[in-house]
Design a binder for this molecule. Structure first.
Ligand SMILES: CC(C)(COP(=O)(O)OP(=O)(O)OC[C@H]1O[C@@H](n2cnc3c(N)ncnc32)[C@H](O)[C@@H]1OP(=O)(O)O)[C@@H](O)C(=O)NCCC(=O)NCCS
Length: 328
């Protein structure tokens, strides 16, 4: 009997722009302090673009992932870019990436599931692979959140950063790679975290610009509470789909929004902190790039090894949430 197909991650890449904005820098911009930001979020610094675009960051991350997998652009069958901050409303950023990589035969689309986008993307790529539709898939989680950050709003501007992470997924008949994925959404919370204008509901006008409606707005405190619950639940559901429990987890890679959310979600899963990968202090919340970059760093630093059971869990605007179990 032929063994089942699995989608395995065979290449990893990442890119953050060189410019760093520290908490001390933010103290000069808004009424805040390093102490407040560190205590409430765990963030110490974040990387911001200085002219680079999302496609620039994505292409650098993608080239590294391709090299890691031993593939070339022309080998790709599909490119997915998960983002809420595309270069333009259209064409999709994935098409811009395709051009730079010379990935002539790749189909391309962008995916919008906010901070959960990388896990949604893993799910989509997994489906294309196990259905034998495509073989070599490039998935990028990337954001230039600084482009929608209100630098006058201290309650949000301290939280976010820019970056991109990329993975290559390929089929394998060994039981490794994506073991299970769980996705969820609840549109009742759509107002909690959004960019009100710039879409077809409220196109750009002088008034929308003056009212700062093109920037991200968030009800932070309420978002926090739902995030803790949803990230814990998504991880549990993914583990249950895989026939595993918290005891089997070698490394939890949670969405890097806030150290307190990460610790509370880990506690809900009954996981010791040494099993949790955390890099929020260096990058802040990079939305869908956070999970991709965290996976990259967890593998490169040796926290994730051959055979490790990795659980990714994320939460984002929508609200969306998702969990994924990977056997590395
Ligand atoms: C944003 C967040 C860090 C705020 O922390 P919090 O403990 O909820 O703080 P609150 O919003 O209740 O604000 C507490 C006080 O700090 C103040 N404050 C807000 N931002 C501040 C800042 N950067 N510096 C100093 N004070 C600040 C508030 O004005 C408020 O003051 P008040 O009590 O005088 O009104 C937290 O709610 C959070 O992380 N939420 C989830 C965000 C998130 O992850 N979003 C993305 C999901 S993918």
């Amino acid at each position: 009997m032929t063994k089942n197909l699995f989608a395995q991650i065979t290449g990893l890449g990442m890119c953050v722009p060189p410019k760093i904005l520290t908490n001390a820098d933010l103290e000069k911009m808004v009424d805040t302090s390093d102490e407040w930001i560190t205590q409430r979020t765990g963030i110490k610094e974040r990387h911001l673009v200085e002219g680079e675009t999302l496609s620039d960051l994505s292409v650098i991350a993608a080239r590294e992932a391709l090299q890691d997998a031993g593939l070339k652009g022309e080998d790709l069958d599909l490119i997915i870019v998960s983002t809420t901050t595309p270069d333009m409303q259209f064409p999709s950023t994935s098409c811009l990436v395709q051009k730079e990589l010379g990935a002539k035969k790749a189909a391309c689309f962008d995916l919008a599931a906010a901070c959960t986008g990388f896990i949604y993307g893993l799910s989509v790529a997994n489906q294309f692979i196990i259905s034998e539709t495509y073989k070599n898939i490039l998935l990028i989680g990337g954001e230039v959140l600084s482009s929608i950050t209100d630098w006058q709003d201290r309650s949000t501007c301290v939280l976010f950063g820019d970056g991109a992470g990329a993975v290559i997924l390929e089929p394998t008949r060994e039981e490794k790679g994506i073991i299970s994925v769980y996705l969820a959404a609840d549109g009742n919370f759509a107002d909690f975290l959004k960019v009100p204008a710039g879409g077809s509901r409220q196109p750009a006008t002088i008034k929308t610009v003056q009212q700062r409606l093109h920037f991200l707005k968030m009800r932070g405190n309420e978002t926090f509470k739902v995030a803790v619950r949803a990230m814990g639940e998504a991880a549990k559901e993914a583990l249950s789909l895989a026939g595993l429990s918290s005891k089997d987890v070698d490394c939890l890679i949670p969405h890097q929004a806030n150290i307190r959310i990460i610790k509370a979600a880990a506690k809900r899963l009954g996981l010791d902190e040494d099993k949790v990968f955390i890099n929020v202090e260096k990058y802040g919340n990079m939305s869908s790039a956070s999970s991709a970059v965290a996976l990259y760093e967890a593998v490169k630093c040796g926290k994730v090894k051959q055979g490790s059971i990795v659980v990714m869990t994320a939460f984002g605007s929508g609200f969306t949430s998702g969990g994924c179990v990977i056997r590395w």
